[in-house]
Design a protein around this ligand. Structure first.
Ligand code: ZN
Length: 179
């Protein structure tokens, strides 16, 4: 996308079910595990100034740019349980139901919609860097309920989550935790 804002935006939505709980106490109702059907929307822009392909009139074939992202949402995020890294329920699952540990999505601190949007945007960035480096995520929105959503603009808030590939959001793989 050019400096003056001219260009194309590709926008993709995916729905998934999830559960979480927040233990900071700021939202007392959210201390009990509960779930939402969420929709994540991403907006991608092309950064290489290639323009449309002469033959296809496309920026990129949709399945090529969204395939891995949707696969991660469907296989890893759908029906996952989102917990903060300090939540004692993590120990419970690791000790008593370790076969479910791959379905725990672990965030630094409480798994609020805000931090999850930042983690998701960073994960998408990791996928794009590996497969489609000429594209970048301009905006990622998690619609938590029909009336509440959080949008994250990765370019403007680059350091919300820690760097380093010991963190799942920085790895272009299927993981949602670092066990
Ligand atoms: Zn909730």
């Amino acid at each position: 996308m050019s400096q003056d804002g001219f260009g194309f935006v590709l926008r993709f939505n995916r729905r998934y079910s999830m559960a979480h709980r927040l233990i900071s106490g700021e939202a007392p109702n959210c201390r009990i595990p509960h779930g939402h059907d969420e929709v994540v929307e991403v907006e991608l822009v092309e950064t290489g100034n290639r323009g449309l392909d002469d033959r296809t009139n496309m920026l990129v074939e949709f399945s090529r740019i969204k395939g891995r992202w949707f696969q991660w949402i469907d296989k890893s995020v759908d029906h996952s349980f989102h917990l903060g890294s300090g939540d004692p329920l993590i120990d419970y699952f690791q000790s008593n139901e370790p076969d479910l540990a791959t379905k725990l999505l672990v965030t630094p601190g409480d798994p609020t919609t805000e931090i999850r949007a930042a983690c998701f945007a960073t994960k998408l960035h990791s996928f794009l860097q590996e497969e489609n480096p000429d594209f970048a995520c301009r905006k990622l929105t998690i619609q938590e309920t029909p009336t509440n959503s959080v949008s994250f603009y990765p370019a403007e808030l680059a350091s919300v989550v820690p760097s380093g590939d010991q963190h799942w959001w920085n790895r272009p793989d299927t993981t949602i935790n670092d066990f």
